[in-house]
Design a protein around this ligand. Structure first.
Ligand code: 5GP
Length: 198
């Protein structure tokens, strides 16, 4: 997508925004990594969160881990493109990060929950919303339990949230069923590349 820069009349490419959502345990993280490793010019916007880092996570890599106080201050300063309260913590995307990447010609990928995705759609209707769905709810439960990084209570909360999220998939531009990683990954790539070329 190229837009004419009216001040200079030179072509200035503004990137496209892609939003990836889907229930916890559906494999969004893996699909996101495949897309980022295989599509030149696609960058990931690192979210802020108030949740504690999991073992192996580093501040500024997976997330910016910030305090509740700082998150609330950033909300009051209107710094977020979107934010949501998910699984008892806050998660949000900084407006400035997304704007500067798009304006420098990069395509931007967000991996955020459904509440956040719907906020992005309101503010940036040109964003491409992609929902990753599990083959079945039973399979999702099996994957979440197998991951073994959360307590039973957390897994139950995440499954309940998953059921609510699945109901909202028709608000997205595309739905990919992650029954086979290779196939789902190719489908995601096609969606992003087709949008890039149009
Ligand atoms: P996790 O704690 O497993 O890393 O992420 C939990 C959920 O928060 C996932 O569904 C993830 O997509 C969502 N999430 C991560 N970053 C953001 C964000 O910036 N905004 C919103 N709304 N959700 C986010």
């Amino acid at each position: 997508m190229c837009r004419e820069d009216s001040r200079t009349s030179s072509k200035h490419r503004v990137g496209s925004l892609f939003v990836l959502s889907g229930p916890s345990g559906v494999g969004k993280g893996t699909l996101r990594e495949h897309a980022l490793n295989n599509i030149a010019n696609l960058v990931y916007s690192i979210s802020c969160t108030t949740r504690q880092p999991r073992p192996g996570e580093t501040d500024g890599v997976e997330y910016r881990f910030i305090s509740h106080e700082k998150f609330k201050q950033d909300i009051s300063e209107n710094l977020f493109l979107e934010y949501a309260h998910v699984h008892n913590d806050y998660y949000g995307t900084l407006k400035a990060d997304v704007e500067s990447a798009l304006n420098s010609g990069h395509d931007v990928l967000l991996e955020i929950d459904v509440q956040g995705a719907l906020q992005v759609r309101e503010k940036m209707p040109q964003a491409v919303l992609i929902f990753i769905a599990p083959p079945s709810v039973q399979e999702l439960e099996r994957r979440l339990t197998k991951r073994n990084t959360e307590s039973q209570e957390v897994i139950r909360t995440r499954l309940n949230n998953a059921l609510r999220e699945l109901e909202l998939q028709d608000k997205y531009n595309h739905v990919i069923i992650n029954d086979d990683l290779e196939r789902a990954s190719q489908e995601l790539r096609n969606i992003i590349m087709n949008n890039y070329e149009s």
